[in-house]
Design a protein around this ligand. Structure first.
Ligand code: ZN
Length: 117
């Protein structure tokens, strides 16, 4: 089997760093990072309310759209529960002051893991 690059691989965990202030967004996707990244930048230029990255720009960067740097941090499991838990752990590992994810998202991730168990 041919090795795919991480950016084209499906089901990955990732970190998105704001180049303006080095704050980090932790996430995972069942699709490829490439697809997800395109989606993010589209929602960002549309200033979509639900997008955490835009919320970050609005609240922390005077509504100026920042450059974001994406890093694939790993390949996520096919198991939904394991995936949710590992994302929850990664979110908890980031210093709260530099975390872009919303608190509710953090709570949601954790409660999801609990509900699914
Ligand atoms: Zn920032």
């Amino acid at each position: 089997m041919e090795e795919k690059g991480l950016c084209n691989r499906e089901s990955v965990t990732h970190e998105i760093k704001c180049t303006g202030c080095k704050n980090t967004y932790v996430g995972e996707t069942t699709r490829s990072m490439y697809t997800r990244e395109n989606e993010h930048s589209k929602s960002l230029s549309n200033k979509e309310e639900r997008l955490a990255l835009w919320k970050h720009c609005r609240e922390k960067q005077n509504s100026e759209i920042q450059q974001f740097q994406t890093n694939v941090t790993g390949v996520s499991s096919n198991n939904v529960i394991l995936r949710q838990i590992s994302e929850g752990i990664k979110i908890n590992n980031v210093d709260e002051d530099s975390l872009i994810n919303s608190k509710s998202e953090k709570a949601w991730t954790i409660s999801m893991s609990l509900t699914c168990t």
